[in-house]
Ligand binder design. Structure first.
Ligand SMILES: O=C(O)c1ccccc1N[C@@H]1O[C@H](COP(=O)(O)O)[C@@H](O)[C@H]1O
Length: 649
């Protein structure tokens, strides 16, 4: 091994029974002032694995960095549980030398490993001290071995054959042009520590998707980012269940150094995966890109320097992400994207994305101005009170206009007027009331809606249980839950509206489910004292009314709201269809904590002020669009027109 001098060291190891623990190296490396190496021991069943993780060695023992020495580690499988031994693998491109240290002499070589002539596969760059990136990669190499010992590659390959093909990442980026948002789920990071450890991946992803993110990036690295492949699987399953159009891609964001991790990514449902040029030799980058494409995933290739960009271009990357954050130093320089974007060939169809450090619309504008096609945003979305509002602001979209529900419909003619004027929800009363409809009348109204606004093939409203955190006994965060469903309902109304709502007061579960099924309702509105838990027994997502009394306080109303049950909350004066308003200033306070539908005494004359004061995501009217107890076509049209005008003003 040219340029590398290694000495056999007289190592003495004591037996340890502590699994998965790292402890300082119990000796001094010759010529090294402060060796930052660790001895690790892991126990799996009756097998004990010991390995010396040679992370960095200073001084004269190993040739200096300019000779491109690589240090690498591999563990030794020892047949005996009471013997500690160590395998040192010094890699010096393109070959490696293997050294064993053991009180009993050399154990047999692990299968497929040849002494002294091992081709360079993955490596940790020599750097002293190690950067965070080096440490993460070193750990990820160990993780890959561990994972492979539990789930061999052929198991993943077999699973992949049963999955739907990966979504087309490049097409998704093109469709979202001129500014695609890749919204990231990232609980923590080495530079920021914990960011939002309590958030649920599936629910967060859903709020990103309904707000218009073209891709959800899921950080799956566990040790520093607190992520997992099961986060990714839940995200993918949830997005598939949401049946959004256009579909949303899922990116595995991790430190991928081995083809096995690409198999893991695809098997978990990823449509694409990140490949970081800084941790892959050029030939490895090419091999990993090829492997990703074989799995139907066009990878996102990350660069941070001009040299790395040259490597990415030479490798034929179709999607390049410029990380404004240097992964060795964590320094963010937003000018990096511009510098590197200038290297794009003229007229190229390469998609160039800016990664890291993006928080505001001004950041996005700056990046679009230097030829970026999109941005990947993590931390600021994870910290946002409303991720959906944050995404809308990043892409420069105006606040979403309030939706509109026309309630108490009894005949097809009035329903047709409401549909044509742009109503988002049509309400029918099944409770005793002067507006009560029969199932036959309701069916005619549903038919009119579907005839005048046909739904795309395959359209469906997601089930109530979508993105419900699956932790036993844990209640969904109410505000987040209602925000997510607000987005889902807005999207559903836009693509398959108007949605039909059956209003019930203290009916039985059987009555509500039966009527919903026979009439073809989309939603059930609970307008009595049914409570919240009944939602679990209904076969449609439900809207729960909260009756506002003259002395109702915002704090008390907010504390009544429950997450994970009703998909929307409607605030109305006591009763129903009474034409009475309640104190809107209390409503405004509640709105700050949780989005709701505003009802009670609205009319074409006051709806604009109500929207301005309360800012509800939807307004609901019944008696205010009637004349002498009958739906007034002109008032219906005027109400809807005023809603749209007020919320886009
Ligand atoms: O309108 C009714 O007759 C009715 C009966 C039973 C329960 C609810 C009812 N209507 C609901 O009342 C609000 C708005 O009413 P208004 O605009 O104040 O007249 C709406 O949610 C209706 O679903």
């Amino acid at each position: 091994m040219t340029g590398v001098t290694t000495k056999m060291m007289n190592l003495k190891f004591s037996k340890t029974n502590e699994p998965n623990r790292e402890r300082p190296l119990p000796f001094h490396m010759p010529g090294s002032a402060t060796p930052s190496s660790y001895l690790s021991t892991r126990t799996t069943g009756t097998n004990k694995y010991s390995y010396l993780q040679v992370l960095s060695i200073g001084g004269a023992t190993i040739s200096p960095p300019h000779l491109a020495t690589r240090c690498f580690h591999r563990r030794v499988h020892l047949p005996s549980a009471d013997l500690d031994s160590v395998l040192l693998l010094f890699i010096h491109s393109p070959h490696a030398s293997v050294h064993y240290f053991s009180p009993r002499g050399s154990p047999p070589l692990p299968p497929n490993h040849r002494q002294d002539k091992m081709p360079l596969h993955n490596s940790v760059p020599y750097r002293n001290p190690m950067s965070m990136l080096d440490k993460i990669v070193a750990q990820r190499l160990l993780d890959v071995e561990e994972a492979q010992s539990h789930t061999p590659a052929h198991v993943l390959q077999e699973k992949i054959t049963r999955l739907a093909p990966a979504a087309d990442f490049v097409a998704a980026l093109r469709q979202a042009s001129p500014c695609c948002v890749l919204a990231e789920f990232k609980r923590a990071s080495p530079s920021k520590g914990d960011i939002a450890v309590g958030l649920d991946a599936a629910q967060q992803a859903l709020s990103y998707a309904v707000a218009g993110a073209c891709t959800v990036s899921v950080l799956t690295e566990p040790s520093w980012f607190k992520g997992s492949l099961s986060d990714l699987t839940r995200v993918k399953e949830t997005l598939v269940e949401a049946n959004l159009s256009p579909g949303v891609c899922v990116l595995r964001k991790d430190f991928l150094v081995d083809e096995y991790q690409l198999l893991e990514a695809r098997a978990a449902g990823a449509d694409t995966a990140l490949l970081i040029v800084a941790i892959l030799q050029p030939d490895r980058l090419t091999a990993m890109m090829h492997a990703a494409r074989q799995l139907g995933m066009e990878p996102l290739v990350e660069v941070n320097t001009r040299e790395e960009m040259e490597v990415a271009l030479a490798a034929g990357a179709k999607v390049i992400g410029v990380n404004n954050r240097n992964l060795h130093t964590f320094v963010v320089d937003m000018g990096t994207t511009g510098t590197i974007a200038a290297m794009l060939p003229e007229g190229t169809d390469i998609q160039l994305l800016a990664l890291s450090g993006v928080a505001t619309r001004a950041d996005v504008e700056q990046l679009l101005a230097v030829k970026a096609n999109g941005v990947l945003v993590g931390e600021s979305l994870m910290r946002a009170e409303s991720p959906a509002a944050a995404i809308r602001s990043l892409v420069g979209a105006p606040p979403a206009p309030s939706l509109c529900k026309i309630c108490g419909l009894r005949d097809a003619e009035a329903a047709a007027v409401a549909v044509d004027a742009g109503a988002d929800f049509l309400g029918m009363i099944f409770a005793p009331s002067k507006r009560q409809v029969t199932e036959e009348e309701a069916k005619r109204i549903v038919r009119v809606a579907r005839e005048r606004r046909p739904r795309p093939a395959g359209w469906k409203l997601p089930n109530r249980t979508i993105a419900l955190a699956q932790r036993e006994g844990e209640e969904a965060d109410c505000s987040r839950w209602l925000q997510t469903w607000q987005g889902l309902l807005m999207r559903a109304a836009a693509t398959g509206g108007p949605l039909t709502v059956g209003v019930f007061v203290n009916a039985t579960v059987e009555e509500m489910n039966g009527t919903a099924e026979r009439v073809g309702l989309d939603l059930i509105q609970l307008h009595g004292s049914e409570g919240w838990e009944i939602a679990k027994q209904l076969n449609r997502p439900c809207v729960r009314v909260v009756h506002m009394l003259p002395d109702s306080l915002a704090e008390q109303v907010s504390s009544e709201l429950r997450g994970g049950l009703a998909v929307a909350v409607l605030l109305d004066s006591k009763g129903g269809g009474t034409g009475t308003t309640f104190n809107w200033s209390v409503g405004r306070e509640v709105q700050a904590a949780a989005p709701f539908i505003l009802a009670g005494g609205l009319s074409p004359a006051n709806v604009a002020s109500a929207i301005e004061e309360v800012k509800p995501w939807c307004v609901d009217v019944s008696s205010g669009v009637e004349t002498d107890g009958t739906k007034d076509h002109a008032k219906i049209a005027a109400f809807i027109k005023n809603v749209k005008a007020a919320s886009t003003a």
